[in-house]
Design a binder for this molecule. Structure first.
Ligand code: DQA
Length: 150
């Protein structure tokens, strides 16, 4: 069975509690359960990881490389939270590991503060899903599956 990693960065462990007007009331556990469910529907093994630490996110991207190279992993659905706007290390990790990444943002970052308009990840990402709420994760999983079928 092919696999996909759903990776969440800083503060996304607070989903459901944090700024519900921006991010809604769905918790991270709910999101992960929905992603695993979507994976089952598509015949994909979905694993989930959240970290508030940049280096752990870098290592998670590195960790996906081998699976991508041997064809067992389709890629990573990644909401890097605020590291999106700051992290050259995550940009380099995606590029260096050659892992297909779908960048996801729950909120429409372009309708928010200007410091959220720039993403270091986007130039390295295979695709970007912004502002569609937590459905963005499920769309990201589907995007990786469809992309692999091309
Ligand atoms: C976010 C948007 C980021 O600007 C913010 O720092 C987050 C969440 C989103 O999902 O909308 O933590 O990535």
């Amino acid at each position: 069975m092919k696999s996909i990693l759903v990776l969440n960065g800083p503060n996304l462990n607070l989903l459901g509690i944090r700024e519900p007007e921006q991010y809604g009331s769905t918790t991270l556990a709910d999101v992960e359960a929905l992603c695993i469910e979507e994976g089952k529907r598509l015949g994909i093994e979905v694993s989930c990881l959240q970290s508030n630490h940049e280096g752990e996110l870098v290592e998670a991207i590195h960790g996906a490389r081998e699976g991508v190279l041997n064809g067992s992993c389709l890629g990573v659905v990644f909401n890097a939270g605020a590291y999106t706007h700051t992290s050259i290390a995550l940009h380099d990790a995606i590029k260096g590991a050659e892992v297909p990444v779908i960048e996801v943002h729950i909120s429409n970052v372009h309708a928010r503060e200007s410091f959220r308009h720039h993403s270091y990840l986007s130039p390295a990402a295979a695709g970007i899903i912004v502002g569609l709420g937590v459905d963005g994760y499920l769309l990201g999983i589907n995007a990786l599956v469809r992309r692999a079928g091309k």
